[in-house]
Design a binder for this molecule. Structure first.
Ligand code: ACO
Length: 429
């Protein structure tokens, strides 16, 4: 192999520059030496939506979109979904290694014992309108936690960070469940520390008059798997929001509120809801062909298909498909699954989808499971947020401990007016 450098010739000046290539990338700052004159600011790279710009070096998550590979800290997602638990995976994503038994016990202990929220939070939750979207309530209340934990601003102290990490992973399900119960006008159900992480979440959502809620073990396990699949996905929109907002050294509750807001958007955390609506609209298996004709005529999108990174089958969708079958042994088969399977079967044989490398993504089957588990549609992005919280925190911590990172502040290409004089209102046309 030749030298790990790139030679650039500036045709404006005829000058040649040699810049190092590291990990398959050049440093954008190396372009600044390329100038046409002494007072030239230097060459910038222009990359709206970060289509080809790495904003960090990371050791957390690896994705190969062409091969359909997703690994957390080197471990394939399929193995973690089958053999790990959400809390163990959360430990892995935050610490870089799988925990020993004592480390895992200590981790679970701390998270289980931070699930309660201050009673005052209930009061301002009560202030939300009855039909407030649970994701809006979650973003608002998690941000408000920063006022309850003023110590959280000591973000450069590792022990302090660890305390906030326990709190955030522990309290997100409590806030989410309270937001849901608020929308139903139901009394809040408090955390039950005898239950698993997912079991307790189901308890806080669905407990009615029984003295002790007993989660169904199959559904509890399925929820745990779904959380694992959502833990991290490298520099996605909400992880980028977490890093960018966190780079101002604000406390992690405020940064998680920003990440939650990013996830709320329909282009990010809201697609599973859209899949469900699409399947309902199609209505039956025999209408699938007709619907796909509309998609090919550009009159509709096949929701839950396609991905910016995956250009083959999303590995998370494969796991979810298997999980769906297990869930249906308890809940009964969701009839929408047959429509989804037929859509997938036909689409994967059709040149339109094959040529564009459009495959099912994580959202294609997740909504069907959530619906079968009696989760209301509004809460789907909230489930995503709970699963993604350890990933956001891992990205935040990696950013804070990376000596190359600073406050995040992109450049722009100014294309507006040159300097001009103020025009009094009576003289404006
Ligand atoms: N249905 C029909 N056609 C599609 C779809 C789809 N779901 N997705 C992409 N295409 C077509 C595009 O029209 C385009 O066709 P063209 O080249 O003839 O113009 C081609 O496939 C390439 O698509 P792009 O839009 O360039 O792909 P991009 O990477 O920008 O978009 C995205 C990815 C947003 C996910 C897109 O595939 C989409 O809208 N999918 C449906 C929504 C969805 O499922 N989102 C969830 C993503 S997963 C997540 O966020 C957790």
């Amino acid at each position: 192999m030749g030298k790990e450098t790139l030679t650039i010739t500036d045709n404006r000046t005829g000058k040649t520059y040699e810049v190092p290539v590291e990990h398959g990338a050049i440093r954008a700052i190396d372009l600044r030496q390329i100038r046409v004159s002494d007072d030239d600011f230097g060459l910038l790279s222009y990359d709206p939506a970060f289509m080809n710009t790495a904003s960090c070096k990371s050791t957390i998550t690896f994705i190969d979109g062409d091969k359909g590979i997703l690994r957390y800290r080197g471990y394939p997602i399929e193995q973690l979904a089958e053999r790990s638990t959400f809390l163990e995976t959360a430990y892995l994503i935050l610490h870089g290694e799988l925990p020993t038994r004592p480390q895992l016990e200590d981790w679970i202990y701390h998270i289980t014992h931070h699930t309660m929220i201050h009673e005052n939070i209930k009061k301002f939750m009560d202030g939300f309108h009855y039909d407030a979207h649970p994701m809006g309530i979650l973003a608002g209340t998690v941000g408000a936690l920063s006022t309850f934990y003023p110590d959280a601003k000591n973000i450069l102290d590792p022990a302090n960070r660890q305390r906030q990490i326990y709190r955030l992973i522990a309290k997100m399900p409590t806030l989410a469940a309270f937001a849901y119960r608020h929308s139903l006008g139901m009394q809040y159900a408090y955390p039950d520390n005898d239950l698993s992480y997912g079991g307790n979440f189901l308890n806080m959502l669905f407990k009615a008059t029984e003295l002790k809620y007993k989660p169904d073990p199959v559904l509890e396990k399925a929820l745990d798997v779904l959380f694992i699949l959502h833990v991290d996905h490298e520099q996605n929109c909400s992880a980028n929001a977490m890093r960018s907002v966190g780079s101002s050294h604000v406390d992690p509750y405020s940064a998680v509120a920003a990440a939650t807001a990013a996830l709320y958007g329909p282009l990010h955390g809201g697609a599973n809801e859209a899949v469900l609506r699409m399947l309902r609209e199609i209505g039956s298996k025999d209408k699938v062909g007709e619907f796909l004709k509309k998609v090919k005529a550009r009159e509709a999108l096949l929701m839950g298909f396609g991905h910016r990174v995956y250009k083959s089958y999303d590995p998370r969708a494969k796991v979810i498909r298997q999980t769906a079958e297990q869930v249906f042994t308890v809940t009964g088969r969701n009839p929408l699954l047959d429509i989804a399977l037929e859509l997938e079967r036909i689409a994967l044989e059709d040149d339109f989808f094959v040529n564009r490398r459009l495959y099912p993504n994580v959202d294609f089957y997740s909504g069907i499971i959530y619906q079968a588990m009696q989760f209301p549609v509004d809460i789907y992005p909230v489930l995503f947020a709970i699963g993604r919280t350890p990933g956001w925190l891992a990205q935040w911590q990696e950013m804070l401990t990376d000596s190359e990172q600073k406050i995040c502040r992109p450049r722009q290409l100014y294309i507006g007016s040159a300097e001009r004089d103020y025009v009094p209102i009576e003289k404006r046309k």
